[in-house]
Design a protein. Sequence first.
Length: 94
Amino acid sequence: MRMRILICPTNRLYVKQILMSTGKNRRIDWEAVGKRIRALRGSAKTQREFGKELGVSQGQVARYEQGAEIGAEVLLRIIEKFGKSVQWILTGKE
């Protein structure tokens, strides 16, 4: 699977689409990504605690969990902290 990524001028990385091996363009379902972020946080941690670990505010964690796009820096922190792949975070597939 190949991934196409676009970098905006503010050096934030937004993943706009994943090119599947079949060549079909797929859009990122950010609400589903938010559900996976919520699952990674678990019930033992508050959004504030989780945000502190990632270097973002509680409000930003709430926005991610509701389906806001995630910038590259935070996405990389999530990958490193939880050992998940970009593919899993963005698509739910390993």
